[in-house]
Write a protein that binds this ligand. Structure first.
Ligand SMILES: C[S@@+](CC[C@H](N)C(=O)[O-])C[C@H]1O[C@@H](n2cnc3c(N)ncnc32)[C@H](O)[C@@H]1O
Length: 257
């Protein structure tokens, strides 16, 4: 794939936005963690007390607080402040949080995790292939790898948006770009010109993820597309509710080693 329009960005950690991100997520997760992502991820993975979970880009550890208490868990993230927060919020002794850029080889010795997850974080990392190689090295044979993405077709930052067709009373989704890999700056403090917190979002089409998983030793087991469970009231409620059911917000890929 032609990546010429994506320049190197070595540090993609959310360190500068750590406090802000923690305020959004809190102890129990943000709205979509609670209503969609965590319940559906847990349903897909069937994590038990004797499972061992590796969580990449774990942030302040929301997934650690959602799994069975006795499961063994290690969270890795490149933000020192989010790792510190995750440790403070940790509920059990079977969890550990380590500062680690997950595009680089892990300091972790354990090579037989039963599960690896990467929740809303892979699209913040430039080098997807190195992440997949690292996961492959640390998963047990037959182990499962869950990737939760902002939907790579319908939710590309700055390239997708809602539109309204007044004549036909339809709310549609506009997609300006899809096939081109993109590196997109996200301003985490919009409207605050004194303080610019930029995080990066990297877009690839779905075929890229699937082909890179398969060429790095994974077998795709399952793909799910998750819609929002919100409902609108007001004058556009009907078209908004219909559109919400048609255009998924998230995509989950389960691959096995
Ligand atoms: C949107 S947050 C998601 C955090 C968490 N998974 C959640 O659902 O709340 C993205 C996370 O990816 C982390 N991150 C970005 N690039 C990284 C890298 N190369 N290595 C490790 N973590 C990284 C950021 O520091 C941030 O915590």
């Amino acid at each position: 794939m032609n990546k010429s329009n994506i320049r190197e960005n070595k540090n993609t950690s959310w360190e500068n936005s750590a406090n802000k991100y923690h305020k959004i997520v809190g102890e129990d997760g943000h709205y979509y963690h609670k209503e969609v992502i965590l319940p559906k991820a847990l349903e897909l993975l069937d994590i038990k007390d004797n499972s061992s979970i590796l969580d990449l880009g774990c942030g302040q550890g929301i997934f650690a607080r959602a799994i069975p208490k006795n499961a063994f868990y290690v969270g890795l993230d490149a933000s020192k402040s989010l790792i510190k927060k995750a440790k403070e919020l940790s509920l059990t002794h079977s969890t550990d949080f380590i500062l680690q850029d997950v595009t680089k080889p892990f300091s972790l010795q354990k090579k037989d995790f039963s599960h690896c997850v990467i929740i809303l974080a892979l699209q913040n990392m430039q080098d997807t292939v190195s992440v997949f190689k690292n996961v492959h090295s640390h998963l047990a044979s037959g182990g499962e790898f869950l990737i939760v993405l902002n939907h790579p077709v319908f939710r590309i930052p700055k390239q997708t948006a809602w539109g309204i067709d007044e004549t036909n009373k339809i709310q549609y989704r506009k997609i300006n770009k899809y096939m081109t890999p993109l590196k997109i700056p996200i301003d985490m403090s919009p409207g605050n010109s004194a303080k610019k917190d930029i995080t990066w979002s990297f877009h690839y089409p779905i075929s890229y993820y699937i082909n890179k998983l398969s060429s790095n030793g994974f077998r795709i087991k399952n793909i799910e597309e998750w819609v929002s469970n919100k409902t609108s009231a007001g004058k556009h409620a009907r078209m908004e509710n219909k559109a919400r059911e048609e255009f998924p917000m998230f995509m989950a890929i389960v691959a096995s080693k």
